[in-house]
Ligand binder design. Structure first.
Ligand SMILES: *Cc1c(COP(=O)(O)O)cnc(C)c1O
Length: 406
């Protein structure tokens, strides 16, 4: 067992690897078995029963079938639970599968069919909750309207902070108080457990699109929910029944990503701070959305240990300029998703937030940037030339590299 007193960076490297020495291996083993040999009918059946109702496999009965349990996935879950200060975690095939399972787990058979969702949030989450597809009715509201939006049949409050794509911050403790007895789910994808632990502020469930920072290399789609034992059992039960499980290869990649998560997030954040400061001085940029520049809530330093590496800008040249900038970048990749080692740029209103109701959709002049691990001066030079393509202004520097402080 690793010591319960380790610091965050040590936990990121070692958590979920406690059984490796006894197995005689050093790297995370990938167990691809779709099925497992059964000792005998009785023991196998009892273990099946335990897992199908949300529990762990029984040692004498084995793990039976991959849809019920997989050791490679379980190691990732225990590591993420530790990083998020939660009792347990349950992994899914994507962030959306994780959200779907959470809604089903909290509404199925409870007689509760109502969700309160704080806008803005990721377009896919907004869309799923608004669609009625899961049999729930959703009231969208602002952070200070949570209590007024509650109903006797409210099963869940969903919020995201920092929110996708405008980086709005929500006070989690205040939201939990406003929600009363109703469990609050915080989407912690943007902050990661390195910068924020919603459980410490009273959140019952913490959701990650592990596709983003946790995996961190743009090569895996995964979702995970950190929560208490009771919710975890309900989530495992839904996962076993509906089959939205994470493949062990995906779990391996996300778990491997956790080891470098602290240094990636801090280095990416360092670049984002410098890039945000430069963008704030650019004549074509009407506004920079970045909690490190502008934090009226005062939550950076209190709720968050840093402002993160995501930012959004509003372009004076509007949608036309967004078209030109996104097609002129050379070091940034014009692509959706975020949180990887390489920098991405995208237009939320047209892409990630396309399915959101018109009144809540991001403005057409907004582009979102995910800052990677490249040298920040190279990224600034790329943005400078891409903004220059807009024809409004050409910036020239003698070295060809603009100065960050300009
Ligand atoms: C991408 C994303 C999701 C959805 O996750 P997938 O892994 O793409 O299913 C949910 N929330 C946020 C904040 C995201 O950025």
């Amino acid at each position: 067992m690793t010591s319960p007193f380790l610091q965050l960076d040590s936990i990121a490297v070692h958590a979920g690897r406690e059984d490796l020495t006894a197995l005689g291996v050093h790297a995370l083993p990938i167990d691809l078995s779709s099925t497992n040999p059964l000792p005998d009918i009785e023991a196998g059946g009892m273990s099946y029963e335990s897992m199908a109702t949300g529990g762990a496999p029984l040692p004498e009965g084995g793990s039976v079938y991959q849809r019920l349990w997989n050791p490679t996935v379980a190691r990732l879950e225990s590591a993420l639970a530790r990083l998020e200060h939660a009792e347990e975690a349950v992994a899914f095939s994507s962030g959306m599968a994780a959200l779907t399972a959470t809604v089903l787990a909290l509404t199925g058979g409870t007689g509760k069919r109502h969700v309160v969702a704080v806008r803005p949030m990721y377009g896919g989450t907004d869309h799923l909750l608004a669609s009625g597809l899961l049999g729930v009715e959703t009231t969208f509201c602002a952070p200070d309207e949570i209590t007024a939006s509650l109903r006797p049949d409210t099963a869940l409050v969903v919020l995201e902070t920092p929110a996708n794509p405008t980086l709005d911050l929500v006070d989690i403790r205040a939201a939990v108080t406003a929600a009363g007895d109703v469990p609050v789910l915080v989407d912690n994808t943007f902050a990661t457990p390195i910068l924020q632990n919603p459980v410490d502020a009273g959140a019952a469930l913490v959701l990650h699109s592990a596709t983003k920072y946790l995996g961190g290399h743009g090569d895996v789609v995964a979702g995970i929910v950190a929560c208490g034992t009771e919710h975890a059992a309900a989530l495992r039960r839904v996962r076993a029944v509906t089959g939205a499980l994470l493949h062990p290869l995906g779990a391996y990649l996300v778990h491997r990503g956790l080891a470098t998560l602290p240094i990636r997030v801090r280095a990416q954040q360092d670049g984002a701070r410098r890039i945000a400061a430069w963008l704030a001085t650019h004549p074509d940029v009407a506004r920079v959305h970045y909690p490190g520049l502008d934090d009226p809530s005062g939550l950076v330093g209190r709720q968050m240990r840093g402002p993160g590496a995501m930012l959004a800008i509003r372009l004076r040249g509007g949608y036309d300029q967004a078209l030109r900038v996104t097609s002129s970048v050379k070091l940034f990749t014009h692509a959706v998703s975020l949180g990887g080692v390489d920098s991405l740029i995208q237009h939320p209103a047209a892409l990630t937030h396309r399915p959101v109701a018109a009144e809540a959709r991001p403005t057409a002049d907004l582009v979102r940037l995910s800052i990677g691990l490249e040298d920040h001066e190279d990224l600034i030079a790329d943005l400078d030339q891409a903004l220059g393509q807009s024809g409004t202004r050409i910036h020239a520097t003698t070295s060809g590299i603009p100065v960050a402080a300009r």
